[in-house]
Design a protein around this ligand. Structure first.
Ligand SMILES: C[S@@+](CC[C@H](N)C(=O)[O-])C[C@H]1O[C@@H](n2cnc3c(N)ncnc32)[C@H](O)[C@@H]1O
Length: 241
């Protein structure tokens, strides 16, 4: 399932590139699992929303030859443009600044697919966000999301070993598969065609903990406390009807 990511990572220069570009569980591996549930080809125009440093964009452009709009809030387009040039996908990937909560700067029905990896939980936890994104995807196209989540809702019972790491942002953004399914099932204009816990969870987290990002040191402690008991990765795929 992870042929592209494994091959990419087998090259020492690429592995170093990956360590520098990861912003959470290895987004290239997570995107590769998510895309095995979609039918992507080189004629498709894809919005990679919350792309960060563009690891999922690289997978979409290099593995599938798709054209990608790499949209993000925290990472500047110039930084991503230079990264895309360095990896040879600047002809396939358009870096763009977007705040998903403020509306998207695209035409209606512009994209065949809207994909978002390890980002949707930051802005998609309201009843309004999914309906706001649907118009940008063609009828018959898909919205596909992969996000970190919880094996069950903590509510007010945060496990003791997780309490030193728990904060208000985690409380707002981390939810169970059932919580997300319930939110999406209440949305009109889509059919939820797939929802599951992702197989890449453990490996993607382990790879993140080898990365160069400054928060990795704290995440190593958090993941040791977590011990595989509470976190998961959640996949949701909806067809636009
Ligand atoms: C943990 S990082 C993950 C980045 C990348 N997808 C990855 O997995 O490596 C979360 C990303 O969500 C993006 N994000 C958060 N809120 C956003 C918003 N309102 N609009 C667009 N992107 C947003 C941030 O800019 C950030 O790059």
């Amino acid at each position: 399932m992870y042929t592209f990511t494994n091959q990419f990572n087998s090259n020492a220069k690429n592995a170093d590139f990956l360590k520098a570009a990861m912003m959470g569980p290895n987004a290239m591996r997570v995107a590769e699992e998510l895309t095995t549930h979609l039918h992507i080809n080189e004629n498709m125009r894809i919005l990679d929303l919350g792309c960060g440093c563009g690891l999922s964009t690289i997978l979409l452009a290099k593995k599938y030859g798709a054209s990608v709009f790499a949209a993000d809030l925290w990472i500047l387009p110039t930084e991503n443009y230079e990264r895309f040039q360095s990896i040879g996908i600047d002809d396939k990937a358009v870096p763009i600044f977007v705040d998903a909560t403020k509306g998207l700067p695209f035409a209606n029905r512009y994209f065949d697919l809207l994909i978002t990896v390890d980002a949707y939980h930051y802005f998609g936890d309201t009843a309004e966000m999914l309906p706001a994104l649907i118009p940008f995807v063609k009828k018959g196209g898909y919205i596909a999301v992969a996000i970190p989540g919880l094996q069950y809702e903590f509510e007010k019972n945060v496990p003791a070993e997780m309490q030193p790491f728990w904060n208000s942002e985690m409380e707002r953004t981390l939810h169970s598969l059932d919580w997300w399914k319930d939110l999406w099932k209440r949305t009109e204009g889509i059919e939820l065609v797939d929802s599951r816990e992702m197989a890449s969870c453990r490996q993607a987290w382990e790879e993140w903990l080898t990365g160069y990002h400054p928060v990795v040191a704290d995440d190593i402690k958090m993941m040791k406390a977590e011990g595989g008991k509470y976190f998961n990765l959640i996949q949701l795929i909806a067809k636009i009807i």
